[in-house]
Design a binder for this molecule. Structure first.
Ligand SMILES: Nc1ncnc2c1ncn2[C@@H]1O[C@H](COP(=O)(O)OP(=O)(O)OP(=O)(O)O)[C@@H](O)[C@H]1O
Length: 292
């Protein structure tokens, strides 16, 4: 995972244990570096078909912050993310990336700033892994531009960053679920976004790769908005959390502020205990099922 600093020519956000950190550090940008974009979701409502899914929701992420989106199945996490990577147009409200309305930018202009790692990204590419990752460079090129030495370097560094350097020549379609997920993350890294939007990026990943991918997110200068189901991973890796319930924000704040037994009971209907982990300093949730 070490090539990523070199790849981006900058240092990352540092330890998640900076108490009360917003994650917005100002020592991480370098020459030609996009850094992290400010994200503002303002009073957004979203519908699928005739059904209103997200109601007047506001969320912000400061440059470089890792913001987690948690909440029960069907609470609207993926739907909200779709509005940020410009697949679902808000009925009302605005999505501002770096101060600009995501829907006023061209698809290409937005793709040079925002990269998305989504669930089931439609179509199994008939491409090698390296070709899939190289697709991440497309927004930065003009039509008919060939790959540059720098493109090759970024693709290789992106694969290295997700522990997939050995997969480059393999057909993408024949990878395992976790390998595919890592390759899609590499494609997003190769895009060198200022904002990364990730929908359950640890889905399919074994524990080592879960930790590596989320560590990588913290080290990148890009702002990250990441939907996660695992509250302990969210508590450890995110600067702040937004808890969604029924398409609205039930709570937001630092993991320690948000992840309380009463919030977890209210939103998930599950009893829990929350302690501060003695080694990591992060809140650690232990769920208490009724019967075993
Ligand atoms: N195209 C659609 N048509 C109708 N309903 C939809 C559509 N897409 C999503 N929904 C509904 O919107 C609600 C929110 O879905 P969404 O996928 O955003 O939830 P989520 O929080 O990401 O859930 P999960 O944790 O299960 O991934 C769900 O009830 C879902 O059934």
């Amino acid at each position: 995972m070490n090539d990523i600093d070199d790849m981006n020519g900058r240092s990352g956000k540092g330890s998640r244990n900076d108490a009360g950190s917003t994650g917005a550090r100002d020592d991480r940008t370098g020459p030609g570096d996009p850094g992290g974009a400010d994200l503002r979701i303002e009073d957004v409502s979203l519908s699928a078909g005739a059904r209103r899914i997200v109601h007047d929701l506001s969320l912000n992420a400061a440059p470089g912050e890792v913001v987690g989106l948690v909440g029960p199945n069907g609470s609207g996490k993926s739907t909200l993310l779709r509005a940020v990577y410009r697949v679902l147009r808000p009925d009302t409200g605005q999505v501002l990336v770096g101060g600009r309305d995501a829907w006023s930018l061209s698809v290409r202009a937005l793709a040079s700033v925002v990269a998305a790692v989504v669930q089931e990204p439609g179509g199994d590419f008939d491409l090698t892994v390296r070709e899939v990752v190289a697709m991440g460079r497309t927004p930065h090129k003009r039509l008919l531009d060939g790959d540059t030495v720098e493109d090759h370097r970024l693709v290789a560094a992106s694969l290295e960053a997700v522990d997939a350097a050995g997969l480059g020549d393999r057909p993408y379609a024949r990878l395992s679920g976790g390998e595919k997920q890592r390759v899609l993350i590499a494609r997003a890294l190769a895009q060198q976004p200022a904002l990364l939007v990730l929908d359950e990026p640890t889905n399919h990943l074994d524990v080592r790769h879960q930790l590596e991918v989320l560590t990588l997110l913290r080290r990148l200068p890009a702002t990250a908005l990441v939907a996660l189901h695992d509250l302990n991973l969210a508590a450890y890796f995110c600067d702040r959390l937004y808890v969604l319930a029924d398409g609205a924000v039930a709570a937001c704040g630092t993991p320690a502020e948000v992840l309380t037994p009463s919030l977890i009971a209210g939103v998930y209907g599950v009893a829990s205990e929350v302690a501060v982990h003695p080694r990591t300093g992060a809140p650690q949730v232990t769920f208490l099922p009724e019967e075993r």
